[in-house]
Ligand binder design. Structure first.
Ligand code: GAR
Length: 198
């Protein structure tokens, strides 16, 4: 696939959807190199769904509750993704383990709010990550954009951006500083992925 291609992105969310909004804004500016064609939320009633509606992005809610296995849930999710024509899937605060079918292996990208492999894995999400970074006394933190494989927060890294941990930081202030880096890292990771995608 060439850089010129307008990639189609499915964004999977569970919460506030600030990354979804940022990707939609950059796509509309023409600076992303892709278009968001679908939003899937694992939860109903979240702010991300309102943001999808504001950006006129088709959105569906697919809850894991009541689905018998991760695989069955993944099959259902990727049916929607395939139907949307998306060639790239972004996990932007998607808090569910994802089973990936063969045709989308190596095409799913996650953003995580720490410098992986530190502070990653099951249970490390959102503010839990930043609290753990502060408890450990880290002097730097940051974020990681990586390809998703079968293990939580494990796949090959596309982009990392770092920031200092400041004296007196709370999980909130650190999260805000890391998020500023996340907003740059995710589009950069997507562009890097597409540049090497053949
Ligand atoms: C982001 O900070 C992202 O790094 C984090 O969830 C937030 C989603 O924000 N992801 C994880 O913790 C995954 N382990 P958003 O819904 O406002 O885009």
């Amino acid at each position: 696939m060439s850089l010129q291609r307008d990639h189609k992105i499915a964004v999977l969310v569970s919460g506030t959807g600030r990354h979804l909004e940022n990707l939609c804004r950059l796509a509309a500016d023409g600076t992303l190199g892709g278009t968001v064609t679908l939003c899937i939320s694992s939860r109903p009633g979240v702010l991300a769904l309102e943001r999808a509606a504001s950006a006129a992005i088709p959105a569906v809610v697919l809850q894991k509750e009541g689905v018998e296995s991760d695989r069955a849930y993944g099959v259902r999710l990727f049916e929607e993704i395939r139907r949307s024509g998306a060639d790239t899937v972004v996990l932007a605060g998607f808090l569910r383990k994802l089973w990936i079918p063969d045709d989308y292996r190596g095409r799913v990208i996650n953003i995580h709010p720490s410098l992986l492999p530190a502070f990653g894995g099951k249970g490390f999400y959102g503010h839990r990550v930043h609290s753990a970074v502060l408890e450990r006394g880290c002097q730097v933190s940051g974020c990681t954009v990586h390809l998703v494989d079968d293990v939580y927060d494990n796949g090959p890294i596309l982009v990392q951006r770092w920031c200092p941990v400041e004296p007196g930081d709370s999980a909130d202030t650190l999260a805000a500083r890391v998020f500023e880096e996340e907003l740059r890292a995710l589009p950069e990771g997507l562009r890097r992925f597409w540049a090497h995608d053949s």
